[in-house]
Design a protein around this ligand. Structure first.
Ligand SMILES: CC(C)(COP(=O)(O)OP(=O)(O)OC[C@H]1O[C@@H](n2cnc3c(N)ncnc32)[C@H](O)[C@@H]1OP(=O)(O)O)[C@@H](O)C(=O)NCCC(=O)NCCS
Length: 333
């Protein structure tokens, strides 16, 4: 007879212990970008709410940004770096297709030999990674997880593409997740719709670039398609996440949606009937859209500006290329 295998379970609950952040070194105002897209500062402010976005120096990559944000989250958590046994990095801007960003970052922050892997779920990547970290800790597969969203989108921007060039920024946000005595991460509503894969994403493959068939591939989108999908479908997903968590809009202290467009954020708030007292993350105004980094960056800033939110409930929702989406309610550290 074969021996009976060991199987384990972990703690019943998890929570976010801390956040970390790194923003591109340079504030880039609208006026610096409008020339090649025949736009104006006024148009970009009105249509997106963006005044400036952060972009990184040429010599800074998504790995550098991730390591800074990750180190801050670990330091603030009080958990020694060598006890972090899982590092999940959500990104679409790994400078190389392999090796992963996460293994290098795990080593740089002192978490070597943590399990480490990258998640490609674009602007939903951070919420996807939080869902995984929560599940893996509760399963017993890991105890302390470092979750990072990091992007250097300025490397994949066509300055002449008026569908997107003015939206994108560079940065990284991180969260340290671990066991909790009380529930701190509610079940996610997550999913995908690959039938709309063409709505947003890269405009060409690397092999087409290698063969001289296309210029350097860049991000592009059908702005109105993504806008309509976000406003109609994602508001439903956010509402479902509240239901799954067993809470009402009035219980939400902070709303931290993906920072895609201020008009989308305002529309969500209206449809969800969030009370006046809910603090809404509006980091897009000075950071731009940083894809996987946008929710943790906005969370980090919200906690710095509103320390009274500590211990309150936040509704977060990410959505983007895939198309993919994920939303959940979390307790703020
Ligand atoms: C990209 C986006 C800002 C464009 O805003 P919009 O209100 O949809 O703009 P439209 O495409 O309807 O264009 C409206 C007008 O502005 C013009 N326009 C479009 N882009 C412009 C630009 N960059 N600068 C100036 N004018 C522009 C259009 O030509 C059009 O002019 P017209 O009315 O004379 O025909 C918006 O669609 C958006 O934010 N989409 C979703 C982004 C998102 O969530 N992405 C998620 C993936 S990360």
């Amino acid at each position: 007879m074969s021996p009976i295998l060991n199987q384990i379970t972990g703690p019943a609950y998890t929570r976010i212990y801390s956040f970390g952040a790194a923003r591109g070194e340079n504030a880039v105002p609208n006026d610096d970008l409008i020339g090649p897209i025949d736009s104006s500062d006024e148009w970009i402010r009105q249509r997106t709410g963006i005044v400036t976005r952060v972009r990184a120096d040429k010599g800074t990559d998504a790995i550098d940004l991730a390591a800074i944000a990750g180190a801050e989250a670990i330091a603030k958590s009080g958990i020694p770096a060598d006890q972090v046994d899982l590092v999940i990095v959500a990104t679409i801007s790994n400078p190389k297709q392999s090796p992963s960003v996460s293994a290098i970052v795990a080593d740089r922050v002192g978490a070597n030999p943590a399990a480490a892997y990258d998640v490609n779920a674009a602007c939903a990547g951070y919420a996807y990674a939080i869902t995984q970290a929560d599940a893996l800790i509760r399963s017993g597969a890991a105890r302390y997880a470092l979750v990072i969203g990091t992007e250097k989108l300025s490397d994949v921007v066509d300055p002449a593409d008026r569908s997107i060039s003015f939206l994108l920024g560079d940065g990284a946000g991180a969260a340290l997740i671990g066991p909790s005595d009380t529930p701190g991460i509610a079940p996610a509503v997550w999913g995908s719709d690959g039938s709309k894969a063409d709505a947003v994403g890269m405009n060409a493959t690397l092999t087409e670039f290698r063969d001289g068939e296309v210029p350097w591939p860049t991000l592009r989108q059908e702005g109105q398609t993504v806008f309509r999908w976000a406003v109609w479908e994602m508001a439903k997903v956010a509402r479902e996440a509240l239901d799954k968590a067993g809470v009402e809009p009035g219980d939400i202290a902070a709303f931290i949606p993906h920072q895609a467009n201020m008009r989308i954020i305002d529309e969500f708030a209206k449809q969800l009937k969030l009370p006046e007292s809910t603090v809404i993350a509006r980091d897009i105004e000075t950071t731009g859209n940083t894809s996987a980094a946008s929710i943790p960056l906005a969370s980090h800033r919200l906690m710095a500006e509103h320390p009274e939110l500590s211990g309150g409930l936040a509704l977060q929702i990410g959505f983007g290329a895939g198309l993919v989406f994920a939303a959940q309610v979390v307790v703020l550290p």
